[in-house]
Write a protein that binds this ligand. Structure first.
Ligand SMILES: *Cc1c(COP(=O)(O)O)cnc(C)c1O
Length: 354
């Protein structure tokens, strides 16, 4: 840090991304990416777009926004695109929180909510999960805060039903409720249809997980036209060209090929069920996941030791140092081959230690 950095920023703890090793020797099960490549249609759309990189991209993202609205059953003016859904979340903190309207989110959830709150100088409340790592919806009713909930939650994978989400939205008519649906395509229930009924709901989704596009950086916000207009004020005050040409093309190609995404998600769900069965046989326990990861622990081995021993065997998973979840590892669901390699490695590790 230089002596010129302002105090707020030097006090902040930035988000720590999962490791992205430069050598390709690891089986990467640490950042919830898809193991499958992007849709072939996306690849060919991008190839056609490269030669136009001398020109700025469309700041309104018109074609992709129209296609996305159609896919989601929304209107064009109810959708905004972001450079990853992280950017949409940042817009939401910027637009809907201040010294009067604070933020609230679970104490165990996506780490970025806290970072954005700190970056924006917003006070926040962390609402404890239950002992079983569940969100207790009554804790989120009748608040005076901007609420952020990942559904399914991360890193637990546990989902709330749309009916439960609706109870929260209904009881906070004068506050925004942001539902982050990064993992919704792996078994969750989307609350996008509720945007027609509630003007205080903002849904956030991403192309990074189910749509195999983490490297392209594309996310979206879905809400009432007025809310989307508010977020566009932030966008046009920071970076109007926030989505580059290649990513717009890849997004459009991916949407054209909806069946590909569906099939990839189905495979992940099958592989999750396979891995869960095998992990149980080895004595692991885990939360009920509706996402593309498994949050697992073993009574006889610490989370840190499992992480370390897997890394020695060139398998990367995500271990969080936070005391409440230090027993656990978050394991991304990969291909069947990757899951088999994981189980083989864990068997060896347990034989060595136990
Ligand atoms: C991965 C993730 C995001 C961010 O995804 P982007 O790559 O920025 O679109 C947002 N929320 C949750 C809960 C996530 O796990």
């Amino acid at each position: 840090m230089s002596r010129f950095l302002k105090a707020d920023l030097s006090a902040l703890e930035p988000y720590t991304p999962g490791e992205q090793p430069k050598d390709w020797v690891y089986i990467k099960l640490n950042t919830n990416e898809m193991p499958y490549p992007p849709s072939p249609t996306a690849v060919s759309y991008v190839a056609n777009e490269v030669s136009r990189l001398n020109l700025y991209p469309d700041p309104t993202c018109h074609d992709l926004t129209v296609a996305l609205a159609k896919t989601l059953g929304a209107e064009e003016n109810q959708v905004i695109l972001g450079n990853g859904s992280d950017e949409i979340l940042f817009y939401a903190f910027t637009a809907f929180c201040d010294s009067k309207t604070k933020a609230a989110f679970p104490n165990i959830t996506y780490g970025f909510y806290k970072v954005f709150a700190q970056l924006c100088g917003i006070k926040y409340t962390e609402i404890p999960l239950t002992e079983n790592f569940e969100i207790s919806i009554n804790d989120y009713k009748n608040t005076d805060k901007t609420i952020f909930i990942a559904n399914p939650n991360a890193p637990t994978g546990i989902a709330l039903s749309t009916a439960q989400i609706e109870e929260i939205i209904k009881s906070n008519p004068d506050n925004i409720v942001v539902i982050d649906e990064a993992y919704v395509d792996f078994g969750g229930e989307s609350c996008v249809p509720l945007i027609k009924k509630y003007d205080n709901l903002l849904v956030v989704q991403t192309f990074s997980k189910s749509r195999s596009m983490a490297g392209a950086r594309l996310g979206m916000g879905i809400g009432s036209a007025e809310l989307i207009n508010d977020l566009n004020r932030v966008k046009y005050s920071t970076n109007p060209y926030n989505i580059n040409r290649m990513t717009l093309a890849a997004g459009l190609g991916t949407l054209t090929d909806g069946l590909y995404t569906e099939e990839c998600c189905e495979k992940i769900i099958e592989n999750r069920e396979f891995a869960e069965k095998e992990l149980s046989k080895l004595g692991f326990t885990f939360t009920k996941s509706s996402a593309n990861f498994i949050f697992a622990k073993h009574e006889l081995v610490t989370g840190a030791e499992i992480y370390r021993k897997l890394k020695e065997r060139k398998i990367l998973v995500r271990h969080f140092n936070s005391p409440l979840i230090t027993d656990y590892n978050r394991i991304t669901v990969g291909t069947r081959e990757q899951m088999t390699a994981l189980i083989t490695a864990l068997k060896e590790i347990l034989e060595e230690i136990v």
